[in-house]
Design a binder for this molecule. Sequence first.
Ligand code: NAD
Length: 452
Amino acid sequence: MHAEVINPATEDIIATVEMLDEARTEHAVRRASAAMNTWRSISAADRARLLQRFALAVEADMENLAQLETRNCGHTLNNSRFTLRKIVDCMLFYAGAAERLIGKQIPVDGGINITFHEPVGVVAVIAPWNFPLMIAVWGMMPALAAGNVVILKPSELTPLTTLRLVELATEAGLPDNVVQVVTGTGPAVGQTLLDHSDVGKVVFTGSTAVGRTVMTSAARNLKRVTLELGGKSANIVFADADLKAAAEAAPMGVFDNAGQDCCARSRLLVQRSVIDEFIELLVPAVRSVVVGDPTHADTHVGPLISATHRERVSAFLADKPQIVVQADIPEGPGYWFPPTVIRSDDGRAPTATQEIFGPVVTVIPFDDDDDAVRIANDTTYGLAGSIWTRDIGQALRTARRIEAGNLSINSNSAVRYQAPFGGFKQSGIGRELGPDAALEFTETKSVYISTA
Ligand code: NAD
């Protein structure tokens, strides 16, 4: 069976990709298990060198990959190029991790214990469609560095850059089947990976609803899981903040990638005493957002991923919420949706409580810091958020009280590959990225040596 891959900015079919069935997915797992012996037998220094070569192969192909990601996902080309640079940096960072899996020596009665970090085995990385290549790399690189082999399962909507990534792994000289890609649907391919007893760990990035299925399936054979799920992040603006800077940054804090970002700051909490002034500054900032052809240098926001997703996002506006401002969208083909600001004084509008995964933000007033924290935490999610204030004490006190894994102060961007990333509450389990990510793909083994 094959599936058509669509450019969401033009609605053109740009590729057809094979959809594997359960049997073909099982073969991939068997090939991965066999490749484990080869990969483990390579010294840490040589593994690091191979992973560096892999990173450099991606760097050499960066423009092609950026163009492909833009065609397949609708990211602006500026954004894809920026992301590709970060991907290469991230790959180089984790190439080095292969040589930094350092155990401990622990004095004990009668001798000494030493610890080793052993690879988990076959790791499956199941990715969503919003940042396919970046999310594949975040899971894949620390897993490989720690001596695991990896099977990548991209979304059926966005497989193209992941397919190219695996070609580059081969070109860089990684042994056969150390990195594989299996294209297909969640219920066929994804579920087979989850059910297979030879898959030791699954890194799943996607919706909270599917995340629950993943965890249930993984529980059957106690597979290790990292879950990176949905979000409904708050962007909190205190009255003493640089309101102009906060208002100018707020639109792209949620509309970037057409709002299809798990960390999108889709609730804009503004202190009541300055909310009118803030909205006056916000409206022109939203009107200046350019939606359109993602390959144009001046475009800020591209299309949504699919017609189905656009219907889902549109449904949030069906019951006529109080719209503050909307940006323009182009006419003609493409799954466009206007960046939209909504106001909800009680914070109970569906746009204020549910993950929309589109370019829609709801402005909600708050009275004081307790009120801001109460509203920000009044969600089952806990992924990201921002705090805007000139009072660093206020900023840090608030940051400590927000139930979310990734916060930024006077900025809407918190994700850096050098620092841990992941969610509180129903936004996920475990952490990716940061200096310790490779350890998440290991089992710690303790060996006692008698000195008697
Ligand atoms: P999704 O949950 O529908 O799908 C994610 C992946 O899971 C896809 O590859 C899909 O084919 C696969 N899948 C579906 N059913 C499966 C099953 N039964 N077993 C195994 N795999 C299955 O998510 P999506 O619509 O592709 O992406 C959007 C969601 O991803 C949003 O909720 C967003 O917040 C979330 N997301 C989270 C992060 C994060 O780091 N926390 C990052 C990006 C996206």
